[in-house]
Design a protein around this ligand. Sequence first.
Ligand code: CAA
Length: 258
Amino acid sequence: MTWETVTLEWDDDGAVATLTVDRPDALNALNVETLEAMLEAIEEATDGDARALVVTGAGDAFIAGADIKYMRQLSVEEAQAWGELGHAVADAISSFPAPTVAAVNGYAFGGGCEMALACDLRVAGESAIIGNTEIDLGIIPGWGATQRLPRIVGDETARRMIYLGQRLDAESAAEAGLFGEVVADEDLRDVATELAGRLAAKPAFALQAAKQSIDQSYEGSPRAGLDYEKRAFASLFGTHDQREGMEAFVEDREPDFE
Ligand code: CAA
């Protein structure tokens, strides 16, 4: 299949699939069309028995977040569906049967950070900047970060990142445990593909079992946490601060929160 804003490429062995979000004019911000295309591309990679999946962004950004221009007008009910769709993509990445590697180039904010968090491993280019910046839009992370980020960086760091909307450069994020390695931007794609190739060469069933066993340790209350997050995220679309935060972004001015 082909999509307007997503590509799926395979290596010569048909083992490593690379999903690229390709909407560079919006710094790969995720709209409904792109999220739905990601779901289909992930399904295609699954059906093609990919032994590893790389997720990356075209151009100078990984993913600058959920599409604020779309999101700003959503009602609570619409935000519920929007949150469900983003969660479905993050869950599809997280539960992909083979290992996943995020190749984080440039901006990875909000929902973009969350797609990277859903991957098993993260490699960054030196220009990467990552963060859950939603607080400055009057909302909270809506696609998994309140549950996935603390597991990766620890509670204190996650709270600081989310409460303050911190944007971490690649080295700081690596020190926090968000990135396994930082490489030169021009090497990022090769390094991520090579790592995915090494994973693809491992015994697939054992790797799958290892992945599922590690994931198992997070089941239970984190699921309840994700469901809680969905409701909390959607409810914020009934607030002044959400409207104001997103209007201010679009109008390129400082927000005036309640
Ligand atoms: N949504 C929609 N459009 C976006 C976008 C987003 N998240 N991020 C960037 N764009 C668009 C810009 O509006 C701009 O479009 P136009 O040329 O049509 O005006 C284009 O991409 C280029 O962006 P900038 O001109 O702003 O580029 P810059 O280099 O000056 O700044 C940036 C880059 C720092 C990433 C800045 O664009 C920015 O702060 N973007 C928003 C980041 C953000 O807050 N993301 C979180 C979204 S909330 C979320 O994701 C919720 C969730 O959990 C589900």
